[in-house]
Structures are given as structure tokens and as C-alpha cells.
Design a protein around this ligand. Structure first.
Ligand SMILES: NC(=O)c1ccc[n+]([C@@H]2O[C@H](COP(=O)([O-])OP(=O)(O)OC[C@H]3O[C@@H](n4cnc5c(N)ncnc54)[C@H](O)[C@@H]3O)[C@@H](O)[C@H]2O)c1
Ligand SMILES: [Zn+2]
Length: 368
């Protein structure tokens, strides 16, 4: 059993990673639970696969189940209101405990409900996607989208505990699973050269859902995320490193109306771009740039790169909420396992890399 501790100013909690960890849910909840009600928040899809198992582990504990749509388009304030009203009608009070079972959308929505319902009730996360297990369930970022943009309303709200069971990934659609690996590669590039070596040699094994290998990889990423958010919960410095690949990734998602790419896939293209920018500005050796690009394309085919002008790209990235007064701080790798944050890059370098990105991807495919 891997247990990783997150210690931040707003809370301290354990992240438990192991195959079969779900069977510990009942005892974990008993340890946290006082006289308040227990409310499981999940989506119909996740519940179809994992509801019976979750309910079995909570069998001696009376609980209510609230299911909501976990499409990105439903990650809205309206969903938060509906859930809060259901909690009120079910008699949830300040001592209540919420258990969020699902991917990043369920976790972000349920987390924001927990942060705001009665000004805060406790929450335990049971992440069921690779993205949620390595990333979104750890670090306390919660929130919803507005029509104007993603994650624009939210709160930092740490959970009581995170229980991540890699076995739940068995039922994840293959494309969703693969897409999570781009976030895994992100961790390897920005801070874990050993993880990078492991991914280089074991990507095929991992994509075949080898549980031992997956458990090791997930714990490795989780440890890094826990370390980063423990040092910088509010993203005033170090946490920005997690945005590697996300500057162009977010722009790609925005410019294609969130339809063409899964988030991880957009980050895959974004990492290829940031890697090329780092090489073009002499921050990264050609050898390391080639290794990073090869690993990114080894996860499978990325959805085709859209025909979007570099002018439109530059406009979009300067509007990103992570840019400061229009100035973009890039996260660029310096070598495998280390990255620089807040880097300035001339527009003409970005434009050149952007235009050549399909070529960069093709060359990496040919090398593999
Ligand atoms: N809070 C953070 O720090 C943070 C970090 C990264 C991403 N996010 C957010 O996470 C969201 C993306 O989350 P995601 O990638 O986990 O995807 P998701 O939550 O959108 O889930 C993807 C799909 O898989 C289904 N699913 C989930 N678990 C399953 C399982 N075990 N078996 C079968 N189907 C399952 C879901 O019902 C959904 O249809 C985005 O909204 C993003 O903004 C938040
Ligand atoms: Zn991401």
C-alpha cells in the first residue's frame, strides 16, 4: 500500500494508492465519519461500472447517492446548484461527508460543492481515471467552467483523503486511458528522469494495463504532485511547473471548441511544442528534445493538428488566465527531469514552432 502525505497551509491528507484500495473505503470512511450524513457523488456512467463495488464497501454505512452528468459541458454552476439542493433536501448538515467517485469532472464539481455547501463540508476523493489519479484529485483545486472559459469559478479545497485504485482503470475507454499518459509524461519531463526511463521502456506494457507497472507509475506521479502542491498550494511559483505543455494545450482546446481533443491529447501537442521551443532557444539539447518527442508519440496517434494561424494562437495564449497582463510565462524543459518556469519566448519562435508542429510529430514517429 502506497500512502503519500500532502501537507499544505489549508490541510493535511493522505493519498492512498494501491490495487484493491477501494476495498478500504468502508474503514476509511468509518475513521472520518461522525454523526453527519454520508453522500456519494458520482456520474451515471461511472456508477454503472463501479457503483456496486462502492456500495458493497459502504454497506454498513447508510448513505445517499447523487448522480450527475459528468460531461465537460455539464461542469457548470447549474450542476453545483442542483447537487446542493439535493443535499439540502436529503438533510445534509455541516458534519456530512461527501465521497466523490469519478474522473476529473466529478472531482472538480463535487470538490466545489464540498467547498461551498454550508461554507464547507468534508470530502473524500475516489478518482477513477488516470488523469484524476495522477493529477486532479490531489492538490485541492476545485471548480466549474463558464461559457467564457474553463475552470473560471472555483476554490482551493483540500479533501480529507484520496483513495486511488488503479483497478478502476480497467473500464476506462481506451482513448481516455491513453490520453492520461500525456499528463504522466509531463511529470517525467519536469521532474522525474527515472520515471522517464521507465516510460521509454515500458510504454507498451503500460498501455496494456499492466497493473504492477501502472501502480508504480501512478504512485510516482502522485508523489511528485503531492510534493509540488505541498510547497506551493496556490500556484504562486513552483506549482506553475505543472503547466508544461498546457500553454499551447489550452489554446488548442479553446481554438477547436473543446471538441477535437481530449485534454491530455491537447497537452501532448503542447508538450511537443514546448519541447521544440526549448530546443530552438538553446535551453534543451537536441538529443533530449528527440527523446521527449518520441515518448509523446509512443502513446499512440494524436488527433490531427488543426489548420489555425499562428496569429490566432498568439492571441489566444495571451488571453489564457495563467498569463499575467498578457505576458505568457512558458514552462520549458532544460533537460529530462528538470524544467524552467516563467520563461519569455519571442513570438516569432512560437510561430515558427507552431507552423512546423505536424512535421515535428511526423519526424518523431519515423524515429520510433
Ligand atoms: N482539479 C485539477 O487540478 C485538475 C487537473 C486536471 C484536470 N482537471 C479537470 O478534469 C477534467 C477531466 O477529467 P478526466 O480526464 O478524469 O475525465 P472525465 O472526468 O471527463 O471522465 C472521462 C470519461 O470517462 C468516464 N469514466 C470515468 N471513470 C471511469 C471508469 N473507471 N470507467 C469507465 N468510465 C469512466 C466518465 O464518465 C467520462 O465519460 C477536466 O474538466 C479538467 O479541467 C482538473
Ligand atoms: Zn492537464
Amino acid at each position: 500500500m502506497n500512502i503519500i502525505q500532502v501537507k499544505t497551509a489549508s490541510g493535511r491528507y493522505d493519498v492512498v494508492y494501491a490495487r484493491g484500495a477501494l476495498s478500504r473505503l468502508g474503514s476509511a470512511v468509518k475513521g472520518l465519519h461522525d454523526a453527519g450524513g454520508l453522500f456519494v457523488l458520482s456520474s451515471p456512467r461511472v456508477w454503472k461500472f463501479w457503483g456496486r463495488e462502492v456500495a458493497r464497501n459502504l454497506r454498513s454505512l447508510p448513505h445517499d447517492i447523487i448522480l450527475f452528468d459528468d460531461r465537460e459541458s455539464a461542469k457548470r454552476l447549474a450542476t453545483v446548484e442542483t447537487i446542493c439542493r439535493k443535499l439540502t433536501r436529503a438533510g445534509a448538515d455541516r458534519r456530512s461527508l461527501i465521497i466523490a467517485v469519478g474522473g476529473g469532472v466529478v472531482g472538480d464539481v463535487a470538490g466545489f460543492v464540498a467547498a461551498s455547501y454550508l461554507r464547507g463540508v468534508r470530502i473524500l476523493h475516489v478518482p477513477t481515471t488516470l488523469v484524476a489519479q495522477v493529477d486532479s484529485a490531489i492538490g485541492g483545486k476545485t471548480g466549474v467552467d463558464l461559457p467564457e472559459g474553463k475552470n473560471l469559478v472555483g476554490a482551493f479545497y483540500p479533501p480529507e483523503m484520496v483513495i486511488a485504485d488503479p483497478s478502476t482503470l480497467h473500464t476506462l475507454p481506451a482513448r481516455q486511458f491513453r490520453s492520461g499518459f500525456y499528463e504522466v509524461i509531463k511529470y517525467a519531463v519536469i521532474g522525474d528522469a527515472d520515471l522517464f526511463d521507465f516510460l521509454e521502456s515500458e510504454m507498451d506494457t503500460l498501455l496494456k494495463l499492466d497493473m504492477r507497472a501502472l501502480e508504480w507509475v501512478i504512485a510516482r506521479c502522485a508523489r511528485q504532485k503531492a510534493r509540488i502542491v505541498s510547497k506551493d498550494e496556490r500556484e504562486s511559483g513552483l506549482r506553475q511547473i505543472l503547466n508544461f505543455g498546457h500553454t499551447i494545450g489550452h489554446a488548442l482546446e479553446t481554438l477547436t471548441g473543446y471538441k477535437r481533443f481530449l485534454h491530455g491529447e491537447a497537452v501532448g501537442w503542447g508538450m511537443l511544442a514546448a519541447t521544440e521551443i526549448a530546443a530552438a532557444t538553446s535551453r534543451l539539447s537536441e538529443r533530449d528534445a528527440n527523446r521527449i518527442a518520441s515518448l509523446v508519440v509512443s502513446c499512440g496517434a494524436l488527433p490531427a493538428f488543426p489548420r489555425i494561424s499562428s496569429h490566432a494562437l498568439l492571441k489566444t495564449i495571451s488571453r489564457d488566465k495563467k498569463s499575467r497582463s498578457g505576458r505568457v510565462g512558458w514552462v520549458l524543459p532544460r533537460k529530462i527531469g528538470a524544467a524552467e518556469i516563467g520563461a519569455s519566448v519571442p513570438d516569432k519562435v512560437i510561430s515558427r514552432v507552431w507552423r512546423d508542429l505536424p512535421g515535428t510529430c511526423n519526424r518523431a514517429r519515423k524515429r520510433n
